[in-house]
Design a binder for this molecule. Structure first.
Ligand SMILES: *Cc1c(COP(=O)(O)O)cnc(C)c1O
Length: 379
């Protein structure tokens, strides 16, 4: 066997404008924060930074929950952390499915040995609280309601306050996916009475992928503590993770935290606090309005009804006779612009144009409209 090293040199990525379903454009200030010196993950300076990150996350999630921290892993790991801890074998869980990510929740419930009851809504529509109410009436023993707040596969926003209220009325806990909503649209954990939620770093927080903010209410923690069976995942068992993330007492080694990515998340959250979260919500809304005016001016139509639409994820139908893959390739090659394709049953039917975090800017809106006009042969 040859001992010659492969002739490969450093990787320099192209400079893209990211207007898909995530990741979004990462500001240089966040990349700079991530390039700072790596220190030990038990270093007192690092622990101070972790405490600040938890405070900043409570601000972003509008919660007083003590158990609020970033899981080391992408949004999918935050999702699994919620399900493996809260769902015990035999637990009945009402799962709302109106797109790809609701389907993943369903898969999680099954793998945890839970008994799923699905509430289906059309892809492109919000979850219907009346159907959830009916599911609880038919299954009064359901212990948990799980739903996606912002369905990134379709661009639909559900009424999380109404859904959580239904769960509470029936004595059930709620698990909410707020991966795409956090930072872009109001997420009010305490006001809505959400028991467990998970998000992601690379959508409206505009950080790099790989971290998943999670938060748990006292009622959720009580359910984890009352488990009859151990959590089947060692890595995601909250009882163990807490020894590292909780502020009280001595921190113990659980896993090596991704130090530099956490610098990035800290910086992203500082930037959100500087802007003010309500200003960030208003900016996403204003950029959505500007993009919508331009898209509709080109004759494009939205998949989701206006009052159920996510400002940060715009799903528009492909015009007739347009080659999906060829158009997106032109956007990427000629304009360095990434937009999202349709997923699942919507593949080939829609484009998903993201306005997440730093990507929700006037510059990006104008640039995207110009590039689309060129590719679609409009002016
Ligand atoms: C992106 C996304 C996820 C998964 O996050 P990853 O970081 O890709 O694992 C989950 N739910 C929703 C709604 C998402 O948009």
């Amino acid at each position: 066997m040859s001992v010659t090293a492969p002739a490969i040199s450093s990787f320099t990525p192209p400079r893209r404008t990211l207007m898909g379903p995530g990741p979004s454009d990462v500001p240089q200030r966040i990349l700079d924060a991530m390039a700072r010196p790596t220190i030990g993950h038990l270093d007192p300076a690092f622990c101070d930074m972790m405490e600040q990150t938890k405070s900043l996350l409570r601000y972003a999630l509008r919660t007083e929950n003590k158990l609020t921290f970033p899981v080391s892993g992408p949004g999918s790991v935050g999702m699994e952390t919620c399900f493996v801890n809260l769902v015990e074998p035999g637990d009945k869980v009402i799962v709302c499915v109106n797109g790809v990510f609701g389907g993943r929740m369903l898969e999680n419930v099954k793998r945890c040995g839970g008994v799923p009851v699905t509430v289906d809504d059309a892809w492109g529509r919000a979850v219907d609280p009346a159907k959830v109410e009916a599911a609880f009436a038919a299954h009064p023993d359901a212990k948990i309601l799980a739903f996606v707040h912002a369905e990134t596969s379709t661009g639909a926003l559900s009424d999380a306050a109404a859904l959580a209220a239904v769960a509470r009325r029936h004595g059930a806990l709620s698990i909410m996916d707020c991966v795409t909503s956090l930072g872009g649209t109001p997420v009010m954990i305490d006001a809505w009475g959400i028991d467990a939620a998970y998000s992601g770093s690379q959508k409206c927080l505009s950080c790099t992928p790989g971290l998943s903010p999670v938060t748990f209410s006292e009622a959720a923690i009580a359910k984890v503590r009352a488990r009859r069976t151990p959590v089947q995942s060692w890595f995601m068992d909250l009882n163990l993770v807490l020894g590292y993330w909780s502020g009280e007492g001595k921190r113990t080694y659980h896993h090596t935290a991704p130090i530099n990515p956490l610098y990035g998340l800290h910086e992203a959250l500082v930037m959100l606090a500087e802007e003010g979260i309500d200003n960030a919500w208003a900016r996403h809304r204003a950029m959505h309005e500007a993009l919508k005016t331009g898209l509709e001016g080109m004759g494009l139509t939205f998949l989701v009804p206006a009052d159920e639409r996510l400002p940060q994820l715009n799903s528009v139908r492909l015009p007739a006779g347009i080659d999906d893959a060829a158009c997106r390739a032109r956007l990427l090659n000629e304009f360095d612009l990434e937009i999202g394709a349709g997923l699942g049953v919507l593949a080939g039917q829609i484009w998903r144009i993201g306005l997440m975090g730093a990507s929700a800017s006037r510059h990006n809106v104008d640039y995207c409209l110009k590039a689309l006009a060129a590719v679609l042969g409009k002016h």
